[in-house]
Design a protein around this ligand. Structure first.
Ligand SMILES: *Cc1c(COP(=O)(O)O)cnc(C)c1O
Length: 370
């Protein structure tokens, strides 16, 4: 029985050849070639004007927030159900993350509750497209315009997701992506900052180059304190191969989700990632939510997975429930959903037999325990 991971990169000869080429030849005057090529591939895929490759999504968010002027005392609004990486850069800048409840169907930020939380200190709203599910971008951008507050997209989990014809990450004041080893497109570690705003692009370019402005002709002359969140040419070589295969990578994510959906979607009490009208879900993480009549026992299902050599993965906790923040029990959707949900394995090399093994374990849990 081969182990089933919850996710794993897809590495073909294309990736290996590009990395070998970067290792052998990608130095000297060629030391940025794959980086520029990856940025171009990414811009074309997303339909945006500017892209800057970074060492992580967290770094891209940190620079983007700094570039729009987030400073100590400011507030930044985002959903409570999230990975810490979306919130940590707010804290790095001395600002305060304000955690908002999620919608019950998409598990993404509730726009009405976000609007109600706006104060004179609110500097930005971060729309995180959780597990590939899309935020209500029309409502968020409308309220952003009403209050003069930029809406930012954390699309780390949403490569392949499309909202009313526009790709996730291309709609906000800026968007950020992750190429961590668990993501649909990977460079091992890595990320991308994207925007259509020329002035913002220039500011992040300067910040990302240790504060050295692009027009600066003096050598080793920083104009301000910047950051060091660059991607290496070696990582970018891997990323180029992945972006050339993006349609194939996303198609497999969608195929795997469909297999799970066919097996579980008609069972009373179970819901999965939604795909609203006129949207496409990149389905980074297929997710099952167990409502009544289930009295969901997460540990038992995880145990059954383990017995069949399958990695289970828990749904994100409400960030406000962590000891590092302050509880916000009024975020009742968030506080109820996390213990009732689980992510299922999804990666390109998963075979039909592997998918069937996962389905069998879940069905065994559903039909023998309840
Ligand atoms: C993975 C992830 C990140 C962090 O990405 P890194 O590249 O590890 O910094 C940020 N936001 C979301 C929504 C993520 O899923």
């Amino acid at each position: 029985m081969t182990k089933i991971y919850y996710t794993k990169p897809s590495i073909t000869n294309l990736e290996i050849n590009y990395i070998a080429d970067a290792a052998a030849n990608g130095w000297g005057e060629k030391c940025y070639d794959y980086i520029y090529r990856l940025e171009d591939l990414f811009k074309n895929h997303l339909g945006v004007k500017y892209a800057i490759a970074t060492s992580s999504c967290t770094g891209a968010m940190h620079m983007g927030l700094a570039a729009i002027g987030v400073k100590p005392g400011d507030e930044v609004i985002l959903a409570d159900i999230n990975w810490i990486a979306s919130a940590a850069p707010i804290s790095y800048l001395g600002a305060k993350p304000v955690f908002i409840d999620v919608l019950p169907d998409s598990w993404c930020i509730d726009p009405e509750k976000a609007e109600a939380a706006i104060t004179p200190n609110t500097k930005a709203i971060i729309a995180v497209h959780l597990y590939g599910n899309l935020c209500e971008m029309d409502a968020l951008q409308a309220l952003g315009r009403r209050h003069g507050i930029p809406v930012i997209e954390d699309a780390a989990e949403a490569i392949g997701s499309i909202y009313h014809g526009r790709r996730a990450g291309s709609m906000g004041a800026f968007g950020v992506f992750s190429f961590h080893g668990t993501k649909t497109v990977t460079t091992g570690e890595g990320g991308m900052f994207v925007t259509n705003d020329h002035a913002l692009y220039e500011r992040v370019c300067t910040l990302s180059n240790h504060g050295r402005a692009r027009g600066q002709v003096k050598q080793f002359w920083p104009d301000m304190i910047g950051f060091k969140y660059k991607m290496s040419n070696l990582q970018a070589a891997l990323g180029c191969a992945q972006m050339e295969r993006i349609d194939e990578l996303v198609a497999k994510k969608r195929y795997i989700f469909e297999q799970y959906q066919k097996s579980f979607a008609n069972i009373e009490g179970i819901t999965m990632n939604p795909e609203a009208e006129d949207t496409v879900n990149g389905y980074w993480m297929p997710t099952l939510v167990f409502d009544r009549p289930f009295d969901f026992n997460r540990e038992l299902l995880l145990h059954k997975f383990k017995q069949r050599d399958i990695d289970g993965r828990v749904f994100f906790y409400p960030l406000s429930s962590l000891p590092i923040f302050t509880n916000k029990y009024e975020n009742s959707v968030s506080y109820h959903i996390y213990a009732k949900a689980i992510n299922l394995p999804s990666y390109h090399d998963l075979t039909n037999e592997d998918i069937d093994r996962v389905i069998e374990v879940v069905k065994d849990y559903i039909f023998t325990q309840h």
